[in-house]
Design a binder for this molecule. Sequence first.
Ligand SMILES: [Fe+2]
Length: 161
Amino acid sequence: MTTTLISSRRWFVTQSGMVAAVFVLPGCNEEGSPASSNPVNDAWEARAMELEATGQGIYTADDELDLPGKGETHLPRVAVSGKTVTASTTHVMSVEADHFIQYHYVRDQADVIFALREYVLGEDLAATMTFAIPEGTTRFTVYQYCNLHWTWMAAEQTAST
Ligand SMILES: [Fe+2]
């Protein structure tokens, strides 16, 4: 979709000979998506990009792709209490099987990662993280990465005001 928008804009500029003007709505970025007030952590974004490239992409409750039935133990549970959120995934953290939840991370309404936790096999006995919803974050989505079953995305949550 982004590519289409950019292509359309380029076509307009090159074909019409007109100077393009970009109008940015308050609270939105150039492409019309909701803006983020969270700082971009380049290392987190790069790591998430690597994780999301494994398996068949991003797995969800509605589309378990090539892993039917794995959602129960791989979709993150999200519990919201005011501005505090607990994300957990009910999955083994097995040293013997070398099978565990390696990451939880959270994207805001503009897809900026504002929280990330890496779990250490043999040290972290459960995959649970607690984080605060930053000021200016209106919506967020929790992701989970299993070292054998890839990246799973929970349903988007609306932040309480
Ligand atoms: Fe798994």
